[in-house]
Design a protein around this ligand. Structure first.
Ligand code: IMP
Length: 208
């Protein structure tokens, strides 16, 4: 398994192991690098000169995560992983779900997505929501493995906080008085949906 991690040997840095993350999302990359940074140097698609938007045509997080990881594996012939994630709002029948990134249309805009969600929830008492992540890892033999993370919380009425990305300023995890955007990277990385999935992924790749 360790061999999978030596995917990209030119330009060695002080970090010995590198792994391709099939995403151009800088917010996700930062969180993943924070969690894994001591052990693995994460390279996203931009780092390897790939700016193509990978089609996300499946109707589940797992399906889309698999599409993204397969794209990376086929293009670079390397072990790699992806993250598909989103926000499910109970009162909106679990929308925006897999459409979270493009909820208010294209081009993608975190601001317009949040404004649309706040508008849809205006006057509603039930503001329960959850964030979900599915990470799919494809090893060097082409075998896929998936890891899930979920966190419950609520959509607050006005944006608060400057950190993070996506819907972070309007999502307050259950049992906390701060939104994700009011938390530092270290705080969010202790409890988020992505952190939960990453811990499972980490245990998996280092057990071998
Ligand atoms: P995708 O996984 O690239 O399809 O996009 C997921 C979208 O869900 C992001 O663009 C964000 O809008 C939202 N999202 C996923 N994870 C988070 C998070 O940790 N914080 C805030 N928004 C998130």
């Amino acid at each position: 398994m360790k061999d999978d991690l030596y995917f990209y040997n030119e330009n060695h840095t002080s970090k010995p192991m590198r792994l391709l993350f099939c995403s151009t999302n800088l917010g996700k990359t930062q969180e993943i690098q924070y969690k894994f940074g001591k052990f693995i140097d994460i390279q996203n698609l931009l780092d390897v000169g790939c700016e193509e938007a990978i089609p996300e045509t499946a109707n589940s997080f797992e399906g889309n995560a698999l599409l993204k990881a397969q794209y990376g594996y086929e293009k670079f012939k390397l072990a790699c992983f992806s993250d598909d994630s989103g926000l499910e709002v109970i009162a909106l029948n679990n929308q925006p779900g897999v459409f979270s990134a493009r909820y208010a249309g294209v081009p993608k805009s975190d601001k317009r997505n949040m404004d649309k969600l706040l508008f849809e929830l205006k006057g509603l008492k039930n503001r329960k929501a959850c964030f979900k992540t599915v990470i799919v890892y494809i090893d060097s033999s082409g075998k896929a493995f998936s890891f899930e993370g979920k966190i419950e919380g609520e959509i607050i009425e006005e944006k608060r906080g400057e950190h993070g990305f996506g819907y972070d300023p309007i999502f307050q995890p259950k049992g906390y008085a701060k939104t994700f955007a009011e938390m530092s990277l270290a705080e969010k990385s202790e409890l988020s949906h992505r952190a939960i999935a990453l811990e499972k992924f980490h245990a998996f790749i280092f057990k071998k």
